[in-house]
Design a binder for this molecule. Sequence first.
Ligand code: AHR
Length: 567
Amino acid sequence: MLKISLRNSVAFVAFTSAAASFAQTTTPAPVASANVAASQTAPGTLTVQADQPGPVINRDIFGQFAEHLGTGIYGGVWVGKDSKIPNVRGVRSDVVGALKAIKVPVVRWPGGCFADEYHWRNGIGPASKRKVTVNSVWAGAVEPNTFGTHEFMDFAEQIGSDAYVSVNMGSGTVQEAAEWMEYMTAVPPATAAKERAANGRKAPYKVKYLGLGNEMWGCGGPNTPDEYVTKMKGFAHFVHNFNPEQAAPKVDFSLIAKDLMSGKPMDSLPSGPNSMMRIAAGPNSADPSYTEVIMKAWKTRSPIYWDINGISLHQYTWGSMPFNELATGFAEKDYATVLMQTTWMERSVKKHKEIMDKYDPKKHVALVVDEWGVWLKPKAGTEQMFLQQDQSLRDGIAAAMNINIFARHADRVRMTNIAQMVNVLQAMIVTEGPKMVLTPTYHVYKMYVPFQDATFLPITFNAGEYKVGNITLPQVDAIAAKGKDGKVWLSLTNLDPNKSAEFTAVVAGVTASSAAGEVLTAERIDSINTFETPRAVTPKPISFTAADGKLVFSLPPKSVTVVRLEP
Ligand code: AHR
């Protein structure tokens, strides 16, 4: 036990230092993002260039993260086949139903810090024979290993999501990771395929993303960037996906020979539409060191030997008291602080993009924000290391602001995974026994479904400022996109908790006589949904009409609105 509690404190120190180093590398935020012109004048204006489409907002930007942490998996997703809670093969049906409704595109699993201590062989085979281990990262909880590879893949398939599997680079070996991927993806006559079939799954699994370690500067190591790159090359080279549907087209040997002889490596090997993408564990918040070293190594690599398709960024919003910021009962200045810190995401994204552009102007490598969200004081009466927190309207607003940042940088940000999916940190869903409640963040994700794989449209707006003490933010944050349904969609967030936002909008390239959709707001900035009052923060219909050729908007205070333009 002593060993466990000591290890727990070490893990906690790692997160604390991540928070501290974030605080050190950040200074007060700029008041507005690049395409926002703040002004005091009202009513404001908003212009959308529907005739100048930008990049596609990859649906994977709306991805999730599910770690073996607290009740994130056990209780939250997995209740077991014999549970009285309705389930399909052990996966709870209410959670699956709710997640299907937000069209989760991708789930990252099994961690987090847990991934670098996870040994996949513990989680296959008959449940009764599985090893019981200790989750030494998260409160020394019992890890029954009843939720393993088959159960995760089944869960992902039940919700219609792709899989993002993070292999153990911390305490595992290249061989262990390579064998895991072989087990998941091989076809007969490979022995691994037979073993998988004997465990109940004949067809190979599809693994869309492969995570190469987690926070290798912290709980996954700690490693210097150079140490990480040295290790990572082996994992990137030797961990193969054998699923025939994910196979890359064969490379002409003469191309390989040319590449090897010329000393000028080719850009990348040919890949198929379903090829697995390798994601390197990248930077902590705004710290550029990992990005710089990984991208420099990538630039001079030969893709014959190793390659990556993404580099991850972890950035949480802590408020002014890391791990202790009140989740409810906070003051307006705390609300504004969290929203102001949310804008720091844009600064970090820009910083890492600049480095990536230097080495990879063609944008082969994606920036993958595979952990982000508001990290608050744990809920009273819960195990502190289970990271359960209440979630208010404020957090839903912060989610919308973050998604808007990712959409504005969709040329480089092609996947993100909010931390975490169920019961942990900024979760979509909270469960307790058979009960389930949807958080404000869940509702934001649902409202944003039309933005999945939509085409970003340039937007400028000028709707005044929201000021509290020494914090000044644009009053409105907005994005526009052309959905796959051919319609123009707007997401409009009014940050000000006291004033409605009034402005007119001009949309070049389409006729818009009205706009209709949903608005998410609530009585207070700290309103939360509970099992007793599950609809305190829930979307309501809203619509707007045009006058003199301009759409006239009035957004309620502290709200997120998503509307579709109608001719
Ligand atoms: O999301 C919780 C933890 O935060 C993850 O396990 C770790 O990667 C990060 O520090």
